[in-house]
Design a protein around this ligand. Structure first.
Ligand code: ADP
Length: 452
């Protein structure tokens, strides 16, 4: 009873009610023999008994063939063909229970050598060993030898399977309930965390807002303080200028040859008064300049400025300062086209100040002024071979009245650099310093070619 080809393992006739149990039982046995998993054994047996019942009712029975088939992907499975004894109603088959199709991989009607059969199949697990020809022969023999149990036995087996299935459903439901509970707990945790985070964020936000308000207030206070300082400086220096100028004038008058002659001591004292008053006037003038720049009262007069002219003028006026010392003043010719949109007077003031400082703080070597064009900006640098400035003082020397200790004997007010930086900012640029003690300094004015 080997049926078609080598792959058939069992052949059965389904004719009467009793045979349904037989088909079911043998179906399970074949499934076991082929290596299907326990769940699949139950599934295939259940599907088989349902289809057998349908076909018995509709077509008076069927011939059932069990075969082991190989799929295109190399795996194998169990295939069961039920060839109806009578014609299928409307030539097709629809299981009474819709759930049957879900128990197997495939269930449908197919035509084999002109015979219409109902075919179902289930794949074996990927790790199952495919039976070879010898094993199939053994299988056939085993199945033929096996004495089928009676309907009661099969009913008992079916009951056990049902109980096992119910147990499994119950344990799955319990597991699900536990999972659900855990999920709810996690959800609550997440919500709590979210609320806490939201609260913290709001608090931080409130803090930041308060901080900003405070910052605004402080900067308004700072602005007000800076304005009143500038006003104070401007007023005081303005008020001082007239009397100081008068003192200088009177001193000159006293020392004049046309006036009554003075004793040597008087001459010395008058000279001292005059030089002190001159220093004071410089300070007053610089204070006034700075106050003006800080209060924004300096409005640059923008124009096309010829750098060669500015450099030439500075070369001429400052040469006198450099001689007869051991310092050479080199003012290089700016590269062509040496034009920049700026304020000529303010720019000359800044460069003069830098050259003045460089000559003041250099005992030997040279002071060099050079202009370099870099894309859309000019770099105007004043380099000296003087005493240099320690890195920690690079910013301090731009503070008002700051002078590097020990260098004050060369004079000055400590107002030149803060003023120069103010002016450069007004012109839309920056004033940078590169210096090392003992190796000289380089102050660079960087300005946009097209103005601020
Ligand atoms: P001052 O009227 O004293 O020159 P500045 O504001 O122009 O005031 O300069 C501040 C200080 O920076 C100076 O007193 C000096 O100590 C230092 N300084 C400025 N330029 C140079 C330089 N080229 N080399 C060394 N030190 C310098």
């Amino acid at each position: 009873m080997t049926g078609r080809g080598d792959t058939t393992v069992l052949h059965l006739a389904l004719r009467v009610e009793q045979d349904i149990f037989l088909v079911r039982q043998r179906g399970r046995e074949v499934a076991v023999a082929v290596g299907l998993e326990h769940q699949d054994q139950v599934r295939i047996a259940t599907a088989l008994s349902e289809v057998a019942r349908d076909l018995l009712a509709a077509c008076d029975g069927a011939d059932v063939t069990f075969a082991v088939v190989t799929y295109p992907d190399g795996r194998f499975g169990l295939q069961i063909d039920l060839a109806p004894v009578g014609p299928l109603p409307a030539g097709t088959y629809q299981p009474q229970s819709g759930a049957v199709a879900r128990l197997v991989d495939a269930l449908g009607v197919t035509t084999l050598d002109g015979v219409t059969v109902v075919r179902m199949s289930r794949r074996a697990p990927s790790n199952a060993a495919q039976p070879n020809a010898q094993r199939l022969t053994e299988l056939r023999a085993e199945l033929e030898r096996a004495v089928p149990g009676d309907a009661l036995d099969e009913l008992a087996t079916q009951n056990q399977q049902l109980i096992a299935a119910l147990d499994e459903v119950r344990s799955q439901r319990d597991e699900l309930a536990v999972l659900n509970e855990e999920l709810q707990e996690t959800n609550q945790g997440v919500m709590a965390l979210y609320n806490q985070l939201t609260e913290e964020l709001e608090e931080t936000n409130r803090g930041v807002v308060a901080l900003y308000a405070e910052l605004d207030e402080k900067s308004a206070q700072l602005r007000a303080a800076s304005e009143s300082k500038s006003r104070f400086l401007a007023n005081v220096s303005h008020e001082l200028r007239a009397p100081v100028t008068a003192i200088i004038g009177l001193g000159r008058l006293l020392a004049d040859e046309g006036s009554d002659p003075l004793t040597a001591e008087q001459t010395r004292q008058v000279e001292w008064i005059r030089s002190s008053a001159a220093d004071l006037l410089t300070l007053v003038n610089e204070l006034l300049d700075l106050a003006k720049a800080e209060s924004g009262r300096i409005e640059p007069a923008w124009a096309e400025v010829d750098l060669r002219a500015v450099f030439g003028q500075l070369r001429g006026t400052l040469r006198a300062l450099a001689t007869p010392s051991e310092v050479a003043l080199v003012v290089e010719e700016p590269p062509h086209p040496a034009v920049i949109r700026s304020d000529e007077v303010l720019l000359a003031q800044v460069l003069r100040n830098l050259l003045h400082n460089a000559l003041k703080f250099t005992e030997r070597g040279e002071v060099r002024m050079r202009a370099k064009r870099r894309e859309d900006r000019w770099e105007l640098s004043v380099t000296d071979t003087g005493m240099g400035i320690a890195p920690e003082l690079h910013e301090r020397i731009f503070e008002e009245f700051y002078q590097v200790p020990g260098r004050t004997r060369v004079g000055g007010t400590g107002l030149g650099l803060p003023y120069a930086r103010r002016l450069v900012t007004l012109l839309g640029g920056t004033l940078e310093l590169c210096s090392e003690p003992g190796r000289g300094s380089r102050f660079t004015v960087v300005l946009p070619t097209g103005g601020a």
